[in-house]
Design a protein around this ligand. Structure first.
Ligand SMILES: [Zn+2]
Length: 226
C-alpha cells in the first residue's frame, strides 16, 4: 500500500515537472519570436543597451536659471527677435522644428549650439553604423509663463517650474525622425532612440547638458549647462 502511494506521488511530481518545463519552453519560444519580430534583438545582444537618462527637474531648473534669460510672461505683442539673448531656430540639415503649439522657436546662443552639436553627433553616429541619414525633430522650445500655465491645464505632467521658460531647454522627439536622401541601410526608430540617447549620454558626461527621457511625451528633455 505504501509503495503504491509512493509511485503515485512520483508520477504526480513527473507530471508537474513536465508541465513546468513545457510552459518554460513555450515562454522562451514566444520571447524569441517577439524579439526577432521587433528587431530589438540586435541591440540588446550587442554592445548597446537601452538606458535611462533621468536628471531631475531641479537640476535642469538650476542650470536654466544660471545660464538662461529672465522668464517672459506673455507672447502678446512681443517681438522675440528683440529680446536680448535669444536666437531663432528653424529647419536646417541637422534638425527640424515641429509645429510648436505651447512654445516658440527661440533658444539662448549656447542652447542653440548644443542643439546643433546633438544633430551633428546623431548623424555622425548613424554614418558610423552605415545607416541612412536622418535628422532629429525639436518638439518644444522656449515657453512663456502663460504657455506653462496653459500647458499645465492640458498635461498634468507639465511642471509649473519649467526650465523651458529660460530658453536653455528644448525637447527632441525620440519616437520619430526625418529621413534625408542618402545611401545606407534603413534603421528603426527604436534603434535611433538608443543612438540619440547615447549621443546625449556622451554630451552629458562632458557637462554640456542635463537630459531626461520623457516616455509619455516620447521625447528627450534637454537643458544646456552653458
Ligand atoms: Zn521638456
Amino acid at each position: 500500500m505504501a509503495k503504491k502511494k509512493k509511485n503515485y506521488l512520483k508520477g504526480r511530481v513527473r507530471v508537474v515537472l513536465a508541465g513546468v518545463g513545457a510552459v518554460a519552453v513555450l515562454a522562451l519560444v514566444l520571447h524569441l519570436c517577439y524579439r526577432s519580430h521587433t528587431g530589438k534583438d540586435q541591440w540588446t545582444k550587442g554592445k548597446e543597451k537601452e538606458f535611462y537618462l533621468n536628471d531631475y527637474n531641479d537640476a535642469h531648473l538650476r542650470a536654466a536659471q544660471k545660464h538662461g534669460i529672465e522668464p517672459i510672461q506673455s507672447r502678446d505683442g512681443l517681438d522675440f527677435e528683440s529680446v536680448q539673448g535669444l536666437e531663432k531656430i528653424s529647419d536646417c540639415d541637422l534638425y527640424a522644428v515641429d509645429n510648436l503649439t505651447h512654445s516658440v522657436p527661440y533658444l539662448t546662443h549656447n542652447a542653440k549650439l548644443l542643439l546643433e552639436r546633438i544633430g551633428q553627433d546623431f548623424q555622425d553616429s548613424l554614418a558610423a553604423r552605415g545607416a541612412r541619414k536622418y535628422k532629429v525633430i525639436v518638439t518644444s522650445c522656449l515657453r512663456t509663463l502663460d504657455d506653462v500655465e496653459n500647458l499645465t491645464k492640458v498635461n498634468q505632467n507639465a511642471s509649473p517650474r519649467s526650465a523651458h521658460c529660460y530658453a536653455t531647454t528644448f525637447d527632441l522627439a525620440h519616437a520619430r525622425y526625418i529621413d534625408l536622401p542618402s545611401d545606407g541601410k534603413p534603421i528603426s526608430y527604436a534603434e535611433m532612440k538608443i543612438v540619440l540617447g547615447n549621443v546625449l549620454k556622451e554630451l552629458r558626461k562632458r557637462r554640456w547638458c542635463y537630459a531626461l527621457i520623457e516616455e509619455r511625451q516620447s521625447c528627450y528633455h534637454i537643458t544646456s549647462r552653458r
